[in-house]
Structures are given as structure tokens and as C-alpha cells.
Design a protein around this ligand. Structure first.
Ligand SMILES: [Zn+2]
Length: 80
């Protein structure tokens, strides 16, 4: 079996192919982004924290955030 591909990925959002709005790149890294604030952690309300899926451009590092991971489709490029 081929080595497991770990990105960067071609990304679709719903039916839309995603391209970086800055450099028009088509490959992105996926990363978990915590939406908690320092204040909430201080108040020990970590249970109320939420996270989002960050999609980061592999070329220019522009980061887009999505709170509904189910909208995202990640596929390996054909060359991978
Ligand atoms: Zn970019």
C-alpha cells in the first residue's frame, strides 16, 4: 500500500472547488483551529469552547476558517 497522503489537499466547499483568494493556489493544508479565548480559559469555561477547521493555502499561507467541517471535501491531487 502506498504511503498515506497527508496533504496538501485539493479542497471543495459544498460543490465549489476552492482556490486561494490571494494567490489562486489550489492546494491547502488542513488544521484544527481553536476558537476559544484566553478569557474563557481563565474563567474555566473551556467546555464552552469551540473549534473550526482551518484551510491554509500551501503557497501563501492564507488561512480560511470553516465551522461546519461537513461542507469540506479533501482530495489528494492526481500527482500524489
Ligand atoms: Zn494562497
Amino acid at each position: 500500500m502506498a504511503k498515506r497522503y497527508r496533504g496538501p489537499w485539493l479542497v471543495t466547499v459544498g460543490q465549489h472547488q476552492m482556490h486561494c483568494p490571494v494567490c489562486r493556489g489550489a492546494l491547502f493544508w488542513e488544521r484544527e483551529v481553536q476558537l476559544n479565548t484566553a478569557g474563557m480559559t481563565f474563567m474555566r469555561l473551556d467546555w464552552a469552547n469551540d473549534s473550526a477547521t482551518g484551510i491554509q493555502c500551501a503557497q501563501c499561507s492564507r488561512l480560511e476558517l470553516f465551522t461546519d467541517r461537513r461542507q469540506l471535501g479533501l482530495t489528494a491531487p492526481a500527482s500524489a
